[in-house]
Write a protein that binds this ligand. Structure first.
Ligand SMILES: Cc1ncc(COP(=O)(O)O)c(C=O)c1O
Length: 406
């Protein structure tokens, strides 16, 4: 990860955390400039073609005619949205205590608050490698020492986690939390099986470490039934679960939730300085979700993204050399690839961009510089014809590099 030191006349004023955090979003720094017509398969933006603009417009009118005085004034969190999230968690078997549930401005808000309540500089946290580096950057800015546990074909390698925890204990180090994305992981798309989830939570309980279960893609499954949230497993008193409306409604609404142990929620609330989220948008989301609309919408999104994923997998089979190994996602937004030695990802991306398409090099998912021969390819944003064309460009770039090297 390239960290660009930033020097300004304000340096004497910044807190140490702000100085460390000056490289936040350095993921972007690592990427070469794309041309305006580059088919970007780098970022996991939602598909604008499935934004529910008609329903949002109708709901804006709906909520404004309901109770405009309350909706546009200071007010506590909209109870209807809390009820909606509670209901969705209960349908997954979670015994919800409403006092442990909180609505937030995106799950990013929780990820940003977490180090404030858990991490002193130099303290240790555990993350998957690769992972959603956007989250790890918040933790690293707080001064966290980041331990990386590898991700295999079934998500986080739980044997490696067990060794990591035992090793830290031997060295008298108390890790603060384990950050995991068990369902359609970003970036690998992997799905952690139920048995591994159970082992992970049991280990967390044994060692007294919080598990942060980031469930950003949980609803976007293509064929598998939903696996249990870690909140339903023995040891769940060690689990903080984070979910978001970003992938199932629209990232721009910035609505998400957190559910976890009372003591953790109390501190998260204390540090969420603006108190509850805006009544207008919270009401908007609950208004849209009513009468089963959200369930129907999620069903449509599942088929939509499944078709795009299938198109990408097929294009990869057609255009990539056979020794590039890729996963076949069962949900989420991403295909993840493992490149042979002669195709380093950053150099390949340069050639691909010259040919008209880009992807996200694997190093952007690791806090420790690994992933030089890995690639994340997002099928979420581009249309099917574009993503097929993008894969063809990347495949041609692979052949071009090989021809030059041979
Ligand atoms: C795993 C993961 N967690 C959290 C987020 C951020 O989501 P939100 O829009 O709710 O802040 C993302 C966004 O890409 C993500 O991939």
């Amino acid at each position: 990860m390239t960290i660009v030191p930033e020097r300004t006349q304000y340096d004497l004023l910044f807190s140490q955390q702000a100085q460390r955090g000056a490289h936040l979003s350095s993921i972007l720094v690592d990427l070469p400039n794309e041309k305006p017509d580059t088919i970007s398969l780098a970022f996991g933006d939602a598909d604008p073609h499935v934004f529910p603009t008609r329903e949002i417009t109708a709901s804006v009118h709906g909520v404004l005619t309901e109770d405009v005085d309350a909706i546009l004034n200071y007010a506590p969190a909209d109870k209807r949205l809390l009820d909606l999230v509670q209901n969705r968690l209960e349908r997954r078997g979670v015994a919800v205590n409403p006092s442990q549930l909180m609505i937030t401005y995106g799950s990013s808000q929780v990820l940003g608050l977490l180090p404030q309540i858990l991490v002193e500089p130099g303290e240790t946290i555990i993350v998957e490698g690769p992972t959603f580096l956007g989250a790890v950057e918040y933790f690293a800015a707080a001064g966290a020492r980041v331990e990386t546990v590898p991700v295999g074909p079934n998500g986080m390698d739980i044997d490696a986690l067990a060794s990591c925890l035992a090793d830290l204990q031997r060295r008298n180090i108390q890790p603060k939390f384990i950050y995991t994305i068990p369902t359609f992981q970003n970036p690998t798309g992997t799905l952690m099986p139920a048995s591994a989830r159970a082992r992970l939570v049991a280990l967390a309980a044994e060692y007294g470490v919080l598990v942060v279960e980031d469930d950003a893609y949980g609803d976007l499954h293509f064929k598998a039934e939903m696996l249990p949230s870690m909140l339903t497993l023995p040891g769940s008193e060690w689990v903080l679960h984070i979910g978001t409306f970003s992938k199932i409604l629209a990232p721009g609404v910035r609505m998400a939730w957190a559910y976890g142990p009372p003591a953790v929620m109390k501190r998260l609330r204390a540090f969420k300085s603006e108190s509850d989220c805006g009544t207008f948008v919270t009401r908007l989301v609950s208004h849209m979700a009513q009468d089963g609309w959200l369930d129907r919408h999620i069903g449509m999104l599942q088929s939509h993204y499944a078709a795009k994923s299938a198109a990408m997998v097929q294009a990869i089979a057609e255009y990539f050399p056979a020794d590039v190994r890729t996963n076949i996602p069962e949900g989420g937004f991403f295909v993840y690839g493992y490149l042979p030695n002669d195709l380093p990802a950053v150099a390949l991306n340069d050639v691909a961009i010259r040919r008209g398409a880009s992807f996200l090099p694997g190093t952007t998912g690791y806090a420790n510089g690994q992933g030089t021969h890995e690639m994340r390819i997002a099928f979420s944003f581009q249309t099917v014809p574009h993503l097929v064309k993008g894969i063809a460009h990347i495949g041609a770039a692979m052949r071009e590099m090989r021809a030059k090297n041979s």
